[in-house]
Design a protein around this ligand. Sequence first.
Ligand code: GLV
Ligand code: MN
Ligand code: MN
Length: 423
Amino acid sequence: MMDAHSAARVMERCEALGRISEEPDLLVRPYGSETMRRANDTVASWMREAGMSTSRDEIGNLIGRYEGTEDKTLVLGSHLDSVRDAGKYDGILGVMVALACVEQLHDRGVRLPFSVDVVAFADEEGLRFGTTFLGSSAYAGAFDKSRLSLTDRDGETLSEVVRAFGGDPDALENAGRNNRDLLGYCEVHIEQGPVLEQKGLPVGVVTAINGQSRVRVGFVGEAGHAGTVPMEGRRDALCAAAQFVLDVESTAKAEPRAVATVGEISTLPGAVNVIPGEAEQSLDLRHPEDAVRERLRSHLERRAGEIATSRGCEHRWQVRQESAAVPTDPDLSALIGKAIEDTGLCVHRLPSGAGHDAAQVAALTNVAMLFVRCKEGISHNPAESVKREDVGVAIDVMSRLLALLAQDGRPNYRAETSQEISP
Ligand code: GLV
Ligand code: MN
Ligand code: MN
C-alpha cells in the first residue's frame, strides 16, 4: 500500500496551499479570509477529482464525502487555517493525507462498508478572534454562541465574519453534525514536538490532548508625555503588562508540565514619546490536568489584579476560551497501533501539548490521532518540515486503518479491542 506517488502529491499540495496567503512573504490564512475561501475551493476541487461530493457547513468547514456501501461514516480531517508566519503542514497535512487515502480507494474503484467524510476545518488556530476551534466546535455541536460578539483587530464581529463567509451565525449553535452514523474521527497531524524524531520513528499514536485556556488581559493606566512626567507616580500600562508577562513565565516554570505564553501585546496610543495608557495582551495557558490549569488561571488573574493595583492601573480579564484535556479513544487508538505494527514499525504512544480539532470532535464521537515526525519538533514557524517518506508512512497507516475497519464488515472493532464489563 506504500505509494510514493501519493506522498509526493501530498507534498506538492501542501506547497500549493502554502502559497495561498494573505501576505506575499509569509503564510497567514485566518478564518473567514479571502485566502481561506480560495484554500477551501482548491481542496474541494481535489476532493471532487477523488470521487467525493463536497459541501460546507454554517461556519465554513469543507466536507468531502466518499460514499460507502452501508450507512456508517468514518470522519478524517484537520484544519486549513494557519497562524501568522506559519509552516505549510500544521493542519494542512492531515487533510491532505486523508484525501490521499480516499484517492487511492477511488483509483482502485474500492467502496468500503462505510462512507469516509474528509473534513477541512475552517478555524483551529483562532488567529483572528483569539479563540481556537471555531470550525470543529461548530461541527461537534459545541459552539459557544457568546463568542459571536468577539471582535477582530478591525472591530468586525465573529457574527459579521461568519455571515460574510456564507454562513448563518444564528444557526451555529445547532449546526452540529448528527452522530448517529459515526464510527469515529481520526486526525493525522505533525507532532509539533521532538519526541518521534528522538525515537527515530516516523509516526506515533496520541494518548491525550492537553487542555488550554486563552485569555485577553488588559491594563489601563494613564498616557502622558515621555519627557515631562516624572518616573515616580507614572501609571504606565505597558510596565504593568511587562511585569505580568514575567509572572506568567515564572508561574508556568514552577508547575511541572504547565506551559504558558504571552504571544501578543499591543499598546495605546503606541508612540515613542508617549507613556502607554493601555496595554492588551494574550495569554495561552496549558496543562494535561484541567484542575491544575484552572488553579493556575485563577492565580494569574489574581496576580493581574495585584500588579494593576500596585501600579495605579485598572485591569481587564476576558476568558476567551477554555478547552478541557481530552483522552483519545483506546479502541480506535489500538486499531491505529495495529495498523502501524502491520507496516513493521513499533508503536509509540505520546500525549499532545498542542490543541487539535479532535479535542472538539470528541464531543460528537470517539477520536484518535496519528502524529507524524517533524524536523526538530519545529512548528508555528515557516521552518516547519516533514519528510516525504514519513508522509508515505502516514498514508500507509491510515489506509491500513480503513482496511482494518472494513474487514469482516467491522464497524464492530470495539468488540475485538474492548472488554465486556458485566453488569
Ligand atoms: C494549535 O496549534 C494550538 O495552539 O495548539
Ligand atoms: Mn497550530
Ligand atoms: Mn494544528
